[in-house]
Design a protein around this ligand. Structure first.
Ligand SMILES: [Zn+2]
Length: 294
């Protein structure tokens, strides 16, 4: 089995995101800090990203960031530079879905090949081609991003997949969660030699509260925002939990500031970097996984 270092990199945050946007039905329950970010993996002589953030310097990217209440944005050169990665080095980008905060900056990775579920692209095109009365279906979808992703296909840098893919790269598995948060979203399972399995959930799971329940009662709470079915969403939570033998600390969402507490992390200009695991951490006796820190 290959070994990977896995990071979560924060590229912006919303300081007052409504709790109801994260947890279904929790209206009038105030706000919380919600990070935005993406995952980076290094190992097996590869540099891999899962999602790309967005380009806040582009007019449309900035507009979507404003709608989401995102502030303190930083671009990938700065964010990835913290862990010694140059965007030009990224070889593979696994896109979980096409929402602006996940697939909005593909041009920043000129040497990367991209992998996406076919259903996500097809349904995104369908949503942006819908009449105005159906525009809720394109919430968080920036048409400029969809066009940029199609442009990758013209350059021979886009692979569309259908359903689960084992070992898309060694030890890295794609799992669709169709008709949940978005029409064709997928999450990523990473099996590492020194630290075992992690599920990088992206927005299939927004926060630990979704899978841990309120006050840790263990009852799943649907997402505050899903274009698909909440039944499908809860079943996706359960698939994820089964994939890690119900060790919820091996599930890593992107929109939960608890990630910075549960894993070794540092801050840079107010933005966080969390190291989920690394082969070196096993060798030098640092925390084996955050599982043992909480
Ligand atoms: Zn998101």
């Amino acid at each position: 089995m290959p070994d990977y270092t896995i990071w979560v990199l924060e590229n912006a945050h919303a300081l007052e995101h409504t709790v109801g946007g994260i947890l279904y039905g929790r209206y009038n329950e105030g706000t919380r800090v919600v990070p935005f970010g993406y995952y980076a993996l290094e190992g097996d002589a590869r540099t891999i990203l899962i999602d790309t953030g967005w380009d806040d310097e582009a007019q449309s990217g900035h507009a979507y960031g404003e709608i989401a209440g995102a502030t303190d944005w930083q671009g990938p050169r700065e964010v990835l530079g913290r862990i010694g990665i140059d965007p030009d080095e990224v070889e593979t980008v696994l896109l979980t879905h096409l929402h602006f905060d996940h697939a909005g900056h593909v041009a920043a990775f000129p040497n990367a090949s991209f992998v996406l579920q076919r259903r996500e692209l097809e349904q995104a095109v369908t949503a942006i081609a819908s009449p105005p009365r159906l525009h809720w279906l394109r919430t968080a979808l920036n048409p400029d991003d969809v066009i940029a992703v199609v442009g990758l296909a013209r350059e021979g840098r886009l692979t569309l997949v259908d359903g689960p893919i084992d070992n898309v790269l060694p030890g890295i598995h794609l799992r669709p969660a169709f008709d949940t948060h978005s029409a064709g979203i997928q999450y990523v399972i990473v099996d590492t030699d020194s630290h075992g399995r992690f599920v990088l959930s992206s927005d299939v799971v927004y926060s630990y509260d979704n899978i841990e329940g309120l006050d840790g009662d263990g009852k799943y709470i649907p997402l505050g925002f899903a274009v698909g079915s909440q039944t499908a969403t809860l079943h996706a939570f359960d698939e994820i939990m089964q994939a890690v033998d119900f060790d919820r600390r091996r599930v890593v969402p992107l929109h939960d500031a608890k990630v910075w507490e549960r894993y070794p992390s540092s801050t840079h200009g107010g933005l966080h970097v969390a190291e989920i695991c690394s082969p070196e951490a096993a060798l030098d006796g640092r925390a084996v996984v955050a599982a043992e820190r909480t």
